[in-house]
Design a protein around this ligand. Structure first.
Ligand code: NAP
Length: 320
């Protein structure tokens, strides 16, 4: 089979398309024929060796894929050959024609969701659901700022929060991104490249500030976020690419909190809840993965470059 192989950590040039043996499922494992693989920003940090998790080399990137079960190992009862599934992590990497996964890492993909959409399910919706329902216990009638609402996690958060009854404010850096955030459920949208957008956010809340912020770029925004919080407000750091200075008194005066997590560190019980919620959300149409670009697997370097560029529009997926 064809797979992307990373022989050493480094720049885009380390992403190599290779012919490798197709894996065979052992007991408790599932072989998935991949129709689409999701590209997440962390895939690029892992590739260049700056991520907290460093896989043994060589490795094939990717945790998020959607496809059809090709074969199952002994003892697997959850899925059978021919079933449509999405993956939440794999054993052998999603940037390939086939991936081996544990039975617990494959989940049913409802018929109304395309494979390309299915490749944008796990990291974006798992993260957004965990942030809203498990890490912060967001409640209907709260005001939420999705700071970075045009990308994979942001759009998922906008859709979920809107369906939960929150008032949703979202930011993006392009007109296309702003329109998308609005279309997918944001009540108010703001351009985070404009100098006065934070004042506009405060004005929209009548000067009260927001109850909750999901922050996609904390190294740029965290210090400013604290000034946008209402009393008892909380900021959830989802993404950060460096250090930042904050004014601690901004949290003290608001009795505020800064929270953080990584999707890797969720518990088994949280994982189970997330997948049940995702299945329901995909089936009932409250979770609608947005595919911005489909890129051939062989052009993976372009996908890794573009996922870090401004002008996000939902997900970038690779097609083997
Ligand atoms: P993505 O699809 O690339 O989207 C990035 C988002 O950040 C876009 O909405 C982008 O908006 C926005 N952004 C760019 N500049 C910004 C600024 N100055 N202020 C606010 N937002 C800004 O990425 P993603 O998949 O949504 O992930 C977002 C971040 O969360 C990434 O850093 C990722 O690594 C991290 N993440 C963490 C976890 C976790 O477990 N903690 C899980 C998933 C993702 P424009 O492009 O429109 O400017």
């Amino acid at each position: 089979m064809k797979a992307i192989v990373v022989p050493e950590f480094g720049g885009l040039e380390v992403l190599q398309l290779k012919e490798v043996p197709t894996p065979r499922p052992a007991a408790g494992q599932v072989l998935v024929r991949i129709h689409a693989a999701g590209v997440n920003p962390y895939d690029t940090y892992m590739r260049n060796g700056t991520y907290a998790i460093k896989p043994p080399l060589p490795y094939t990137p990717g945790s998020d894929a959607a496809g059809v079960v090709e074969a199952v190992g002994e003892g697997v009862t959850k899925v059978k050959p021919g079933d449509r599934v999405y993956t939440a992590r794999t054993l052998t990497g999603a940037y390939a024609e086939y991936a081996l996964a544990l039975e617990s890492q494959v989940h049913s993909l409802p018929p109304n969701i395309t494979f390309a959409q299915g490749a944008g399910v796990w990291v974006p919706y798992g993260t957004a659901y965990h942030a809203l329902n498990q890490r912060t216990k967001a409640r209907a009638a709260e005001t939420l700022l999705v700071h970075g609402a045009s990308g994979g996690v942001g759009i998922a958060a906008v859709q979920i929060a809107r369906a939960m009854g929150l008032t949703v404010l979202g930011t993006a850096g392009s007109d296309k991104g702003l329109e998308l955030a609005k279309r997918e459920g944001a009540h108010h949208v703001f351009n985070h490249t404009k100098p006065d957008y934070r004042e506009q956010i405060l004005k929209t809340t009548g000067g009260q500030g927001v109850n909750l912020i999901l922050e996609m770029l904390a190294n740029v925004n965290l210090g400013h976020d604290l000034k946008l919080l209402a009393t008892h407000g909380r900021v959830v750091v989802i993404g950060s690419r460096g250090d930042v200075t904050i004014t601690p008194r901004d949290i003290m005066s608001r009795r505020g909190s800064i929270l953080g997590f990584t999707l890797w560190s969720i518990t088994e019980a949280e994982d189970k809840e997330i997948h049940a919620a995702i299945l329901a959300g995909l089936e009932n149409g409250t979770m609608r993965p947005i595919v911005g670009k489909e890129i051939p697997l062989a052009e993976v370097a372009r996908a890794h470059k573009e996922v870090l560029e401004p002008g996000s529009y939902g997900k970038i997926v690779l097609v083997p």
